[in-house]
Structures are given as C-alpha cells and as structure tokens.
Design a protein around this ligand. Structure first.
Ligand code: HEM
Length: 404
C-alpha cells in the first residue's frame, strides 16, 4: 500500500471515503499522514479514547501559530484572539464555565419551543423553491439552519445575509481547508471575524439597555451580569451559527442523498414516517457531515496500533469510527431499519455536540416535510449532486439539485 492510497484529502476519495477508512483501520490505525503533517486515528475504541481522555486537548493555538508563520503578518490576529475564548477550542476548566452557560440556552424545553420556527422556515423555503419550478435542495439546506438560528437569535433581516456569509468564511478556516488559497481563506476569515463581532456587539449593547427574550437577549444578560466578556459573547454567537449551520446543511443533503440512492428505503420511510428519528441516526452514523475533528496530544497516549506523543496533532476519525465493524455489523451498508447505534457523529466527552438535540429536531422537521410534500423526490439525471472536496472536517455537496 502506498501512502497515496491512504490520503484522505485526495479528492478521488471524497465520493466514497469508506474504503480508505477501512484500509487505515485495518493496516494503520494510528497513521501519520505525511502531506498534512498530522496523525489520523480511525478505529471506534481509539477514537472514543481520544475524545474522552484528559491528556488530549482541543486547543489549536499551536497549530494557528504555525499557520500564522506561513502567512503575511497580522493575517489571522483577530481570529486567533477569538479562538482563545471559543468554547470548542478550550479545555477544562475554561471550557466547563462557557459550556455550562451555553448549555442553559439549549435544553430540551427550549429546543421544543423552537420547532414551530423550524417548520415555518423549512416549509417556506421548499415552497419558494417549488415556485421556481425546481428543487435546489442545496439552496434550501444552506438557508434553513441559518434562518432558524437567526430567528432564535432575534437578528434583524437586513444583516443576516452578510453575517451568515462571514460565518461561512470563519468556518472555512476552522474546517481544515484543503485549498491552495490559504492566504485568502485566512485573511477573509480574519476580516469576517472582525465584522461579525462588531455587528453582534451592537445588538448585545442594545439588549443590555433594553432587555428582551431572544437568544441575543439571554446572552446580553450574561454579559451585563459579568458572566461573559464581550469577546466571549460575540465569539459564542459566532460559534453557534457556524457549528449549527454548515453541519446541518450538509447532513440534510447527505441524508437525502443516501435515501434517494437507496430508493426502497425512501419508500419504506414514507410508509413508516414514525421511524424518521431512526433514519436520522443511521444517516449520522453512515454519512456524517463532520467526518473528522482535530485534537492535540498533551501527554503520551498508547492506542491500539501505536502511541501518540505530546504535541502530536490528530485528525480524529468520527466517520471512520462509525464504520468500524467492531462497533456495528455490516457497517458499510446503509440501513435505516438497523436500530439505534452509539455512533460518534456528535463526538463524545466534554465537547460532545451542544446542538445535538436541535440538529435532530431540524432534520426531523425537514425529512417529515420532504416525505409528505415531495413523495416522488429523485435525482436530476442532467444535474447530479456534486461532492465538495475543500475541507477535511466538513462533508457535503457543492451542488444538490433534485426533481420532485
Ligand atoms: C447534524 C448537525 C451537527 C453535527 C454533525 C455536529 C457535530 C458536532 C461535533 C462532532 C462536535 C464536536 C467537535 C469537537 O469536539 O471538536 C460538535 C460540537 C458543537 N456543536 Fe455540533 N453538530 C451539529 C449541529 C449543531 C447545532 C445545530 C448546533 C447549535 C446551534 C451545534 C453546536 C455545537 C457546539 C456549540 C459545539 C461545541 C461544543 C463544545 O465545545 O463543548 N451543533 N458538533
């Protein structure tokens, strides 16, 4: 086996990465990827150990400093300052404090209150698409989670488009970009961080003076009470939008793609709509939108198949773990009737996805509606979906057109 055959970033593997994951799991479960300069870990038990081990860090400052060295001076200054207070890149105890605060906005009761917002947005977006006489599901999926979170934030409509566009630029740098234009990606992410933080800071100040009940209002209260600094507040808003947007957009497309690629399962789901939540779990297991996450090793760790040393950067293979035959039977078969599994699509440990409940509800609302309103949903043979190949961390589609 050549190192090339293991290159997970090779666009040739993006349509179907599962054979590469299998090769890695079987032949090099702790594999050093020479072109990217990090390790890749792929087996279920190893991945779970990394996600839950106290000797493993989510802090990417050292990586960012290395990146900074390759860029024009000052290119990612603000981005780096924000990263220092971004929950997803912190370890306990700093992480614990921010996580506890953010969790208070995302419990089961609040997510249920948001369901009508999800329904209204998804139904509107599908109706608008259909009025154009087509179904660009990529377009619907891109707007849907962003519109939901902006409604929940209480963000006025005039600035949403630029805020969402900027959040996408920030996410592009976070998502381990596979891109020759690194300087452009980095500079754009930095400017986008500045612009979005300025915008949110204005809304927070307004709500400190005039309290209100939307999500920005709750954050303004935490800021006003001294529980969050302004940088922490604006960074948390940015994180909620980016973490809850691209992930759900891509997962909806991945899910519909798998269901339509297995049309008998689409038909079965129409007859058994109460099984939509099970279908969502299988979609997440089989084709998650976050196939990898990044960790940095703090203390020596022995895994099955190799050791990791302090300072090692690791691409933790969530999707590869979900396809491990030691974790579930027939892992490379998509089967929405298989019953729930303990997949790692939302990770595990202290950083387990904060928005998992919300994501599941958003996907349920979307699939319920598609099954009812577009029973004959199918691929457009002249315009087949095209996978994006620009990120290690996000898996989805560049274009996703359907017929209905
Ligand atoms: C299908 C959609 C989603 C997927 C696949 C997903 C996946 C993940 C994963 C794998 C992580 C762990 C990252 C790491 O440890 O490095 C994570 C963290 C996170 N997710 Fe999600 N996510 C989804 C939707 C959402 C939504 C809708 C929200 C909220 C609006 C959200 C908010 C977050 C936050 C705030 C974190 C950071 C938690 C922490 O650091 O403690 N996610 N997500």
């Amino acid at each position: 086996m050549t190192s090339n055959s293991m290159t997970v970033t090779d666009p040739a593997h993006f349509d179907n990465p599962f054979p590469v994951y299998k090769t890695l799991r079987e032949q090099a479960p702790v594999y050093f990827e020479p072109t990217m300069g990090f390790h890749i870990v792929t087996g279920y038990q190893n991945v779970k150990k990394l996600l839950t081990h106290s000797g493993v860090s989510s802090n990417r400052q050292a990586m960012l400093q290395e990146l900074e060295g390759k860029l024009k001076p000052g290119s990612i200054e603000t981005y780096m300052e924000n990263a220092k207070v971004s929950m997803i890149q912190l370890d306990p105890p700093e992480h614990t404090r921010l996580r506890a605060l953010a969790s208070s906005f995302f419990h089961k009761g609040t997510v249920q209150e948001w369901v009508p917002v999800m329904e209204a947005n998804f139904h509107r977006l599908i109706k608008n698409e259909k009025q154009k006489g087509r179904l660009n599901l990529g377009n619907v999926a891109r707007h849907y989670p962003a519109d939901v979170i902006c409604d929940i934030f209480g963000m006025p409509h005039y600035c949403r488009e630029s805020y969402i566009k900027n959040a996408g630029k920030v996410a592009k740098l976070f998502g381990a970009p596979i891109d020759n234009e690194l300087q452009t990606v980095a500079s754009e992410a930095n400017q986008a961080s500045i612009d979005n933080a300025r915008l949110i800071a204005g809304f927070i100040e307004e709500r400190v003076d005039k309290p209100c009940n939307d999500l920005l209002g709750h954050m303004a209260k935490s800021y006003g009470d001294g529980e969050l600094t302004m940088r922490e507040t604006t960074t948390l808003c940015g994180l909620l939008l980016t973490a809850g947007h691209i992930t759900t957009t891509e997962l909806l497309c991945n899910g519909v793609y798998q269901l339509l690629s297995h049309p008998e399962q689409w038909v079965w789901l129409q007859k058994n709509p109460e099984r939509v939540p099970d279908a969502i779990e299988e979609i997440m297991r089989f084709d998650t939108s976050v196939p990898f996450t990044i960790r940095v090793i703090k203390e020596k760790i022995s895994l099955d198949g190799g050791d990791l040393e302090p300072g090692d950067v690791v691409a933790v293979g969530l999707s590869a773990a979900n396809h491990d035959p030691e974790f579930c039977e027939r892992p490379d078969e998509f089967d929405i009737t298989r019953g729930r599994t303990r997949h790692l699509a939302f990770a595990a440990g202290p950083h387990v996805c904060l928005g998992a409940l919300m994501a599941r509800e958003e996907l349920r609302v979307a699939l319920d509606h598609l099954l009812k309103s577009c029973p004959d949903l199918r691929f457009d043979p002249d315009n087949l979906p095209q996978r994006r190949c620009d990120s290690l961390m996000f898996r989805g589609f560049k274009t996703f057109h359907l017929q209905y």
